[in-house]
Design a protein around this ligand. Structure first.
Ligand code: ADE
Length: 244
């Protein structure tokens, strides 16, 4: 059982994302549990205040530490195994490698910040990790929490059902995935690459690997450089470069 406890000041944000597809199925089967808590329920005053002006001055508001820390304590009260993750553009980059690492754990408290950010004592002293899902600024951590849940949960055995589909997909070998096609063979004059119709598995595999390398070189040269550290991939890249 995989359990995510989400802390947010916009609990309604999560009304529909768990009502479709693999996540819905997993909840139905009892493999996944999602709890959503309104941080305001842990505010310490009658106005349910969750933010205040920043010390040192500056624009915008900062989320106060007390309601968030109270909500974290409540979420972990019965079980200290819950990993506390704060989402913020200042966090460590979350990628497929990190998703794999987190998929070894089963219990998470996901803290979604809003406004200009969260009082830094929260990630510094009350969280296990501070994560960013990419180099752009969202208006809150809610979308990041969804990205985290979807990418981590599908790596947990029993979720996708087809383990092979995980191994061949983008990033698993450090390369982008090769292009995929289905029927019809000709669509508005655009043909499917003939090698895929040949029935020759070896040729298909070779073509796919070559496409992966070419795509990665074109769109993500940074990934290709890293992938070259794998001797098998380096050999394939060198063969492709020789035949060009
Ligand atoms: N909150 C705002 N921007 C974010 C980002 N890029 N990643 C995670 N949380 C965020």
């Amino acid at each position: 059982m995989l359990h995510f406890k989400i802390l947010s000041i916009f609990p309604k944000y999560f009304a529909s994302p768990f009502m479709d597809g693999l996540l819905k199925q997993a909840i139905g089967k009892g493999n996944l549990k999602i709890d959503i808590t309104d941080i305001r329920d842990f505010a310490h005053d009658k106005h349910r205040t969750v933010d205040d002006t920043p010390y040192g001055g500056g624009a915008g508001m900062v989320m106060k530490p007390e309601p968030i820390v109270s909500a974290i304590r409540y979420a972990r009260a019965d079980d200290k195994e819950y990993k506390v993750i704060v989402f913020s553009p200042k966090g460590k980059r979350f990628d497929q490698h990190a998703a794999k690492r987190f998929s070894q754990s089963r219990k998470f408290v996901l803290v979604c910040g809003r406004y200009e950010g969260i009082d830094d004592r929260v990630p510094a002293f009350y969280a296990d990790e501070e994560l960013s899902i990419g180099d752009y600024v969202l208006s809150g951590g809610e979308a990041a929490a969804l990205v985290f849940i979807e990418s981590v949960s599908r790596l947990v055995p029993g979720f996708v059902g087809n383990e092979e589909s995980i191994v061949s997909e983008s990033y698993e070998k450090g390369l982008l995935e090769y292009p995929q096609y289905t029927k019809p063979r000709t669509f508005e004059g655009h043909e499917v690459p003939p090698v895929l119709l040949s029935g020759n598995h070896k040729e298909v595999e070779k073509w796919r690997m070559e496409q992966s390398v070419r795509l990665t070189a074109d769109k993500r040269p940074d990934l290709l450089e890293k992938a070259k550290q794998d001797r098998d991939i380096l050999r394939i890249i060198e063969t492709i470069e020789k035949t060009n």
